[in-house]
Design a protein around this ligand. Structure first.
Ligand code: SIN
Length: 306
């Protein structure tokens, strides 16, 4: 069943004193205007944080920032998270390049399946941030879907049925796919392609073994309940086989990523976007072969989902 969010979620802008919020879609997302991220005041930051939790994904245009600025803006939200895939740039180990060169014709790219960041960790990141430097003339958009709204739109009976379930998340499928179809390279997926079942180290094995989290997750700040599930890493429900889990997993993921619950960002150079990784999923599009895309990512530590 396709649903429409009207009346179930209010994505209108709050009346802020120090920033301006301009909603992007009915379901989620907002552009924040009137700020320079390299010189942010405390009242501006506190309204930005409020806007992030309200709109789930926020973005800023025309921000001239360097690694140090992205690092200090990120640290205002909390310490850096463990990042599952990437490695940082020189001097800034937590500012992680996500780059696809014009001549990289790869079958999959980092983030190209619907996912929440690193749910296979015991404590997945709370917030993720991406800064665009080189952007294709068309393509390369990112899409998000609102997991709070997805939960809200389920029937009371379905909410009752899924309430006790826990989801087992694993990096295993991604590793296997990378080994099968990706060329070895110094990129997040290219590095996975270079591993083998015999040489896997303990850090990667921990991510393949994964973690189990409640399917219905409560946001520690807003108290909102959301569907904590995705297409990329959710393997099965705890205590059930993959075959038993698949029909309900597929239904819930399809329900979550329906267009009515999404917003889509067209990147420009110097756009910075951040999202509340606890309560939305996202997907990067691999539709820009022949063009370069250069982004820098940071992630902020979260808590054990409950
Ligand atoms: C990600 O999944 O964090 C990357 C998203 C993107 O490159 O648009």
């Amino acid at each position: 069943m396709k649903l429409h969010p009207t009346g179930r979620f209010d994505n209108s802008a709050s009346d802020y004193q120090h920033i301006e919020a301009v909603p992007l879609a009915a379901a989620m997302g907002a552009e924040i205007r009137g700020v320079n991220l390299a010189a942010l005041s405390a009242p501006q930051f506190s309204e930005i944080e409020h806007a992030l939790f309200r709109h789930k994904m926020i973005f800023f245009r025309a921000q001239t920032i360097h690694y140090a600025d992205q690092e200090s803006f990120s640290l205002r939200f909390g310490p850096f998270a463990e990042d599952a895939y990437t490695k940082g740039v020189d001097g800034y180990p937590d500012v992680q390049p996500v780059i696809k060169e014009a001549d990289d014709a790869v079958p999959i790219i980092f983030g190209s399946c619907w996912h929440t960041d690193s749910p296979f960790l015991e404590t997945p990141p709370a917030i993720s941030m991406l800064y665009g430097v080189d952007i294709p003339p068309y393509g390369g958009d990112t899409i998000w879907a609102n997991s709070v709204l997805a939960y809200e739109l389920l029937s009371d009976k379905m909410k009752e049925v899924i309430a006790p379930l826990r989801v087992r998340f694993s990096m295993g499928d991604v590793v296997e796919t990378a080994r099968k179809i990706m060329p070895v390279s110094d990129s997040p997926l290219g590095r996975l392609a270079a591993t083998s079942a015999d040489t896997v180290d303990s850090t990667l094995q921990r991510k393949i073994d994964g973690a189990a989290h409640p399917l219905v997750r409560t946001h520690p700040v807003s108290g909102e309940k959301s569907l904590y599930i995705d297409e990329n890493y959710a393997e099965c429900f705890e205590g059930m086989t993959i075959e038993e889990s698949r029909p309900l997993l597929d239904y819930l993921v399809g329900h979550l990523v329906q267009p009515a619950l999404q917003c889509r960002l067209r990147w420009e150079p110097k756009t910075l976007a951040l999202w509340d990784n606890r309560i939305c999923v996202h997907q990067a599009f691999n539709d820009y072969d022949g063009f370069r895309r250069e982004m820098y990512r940071t992630t902020i530590a979260g808590e054990q989902p409950s």
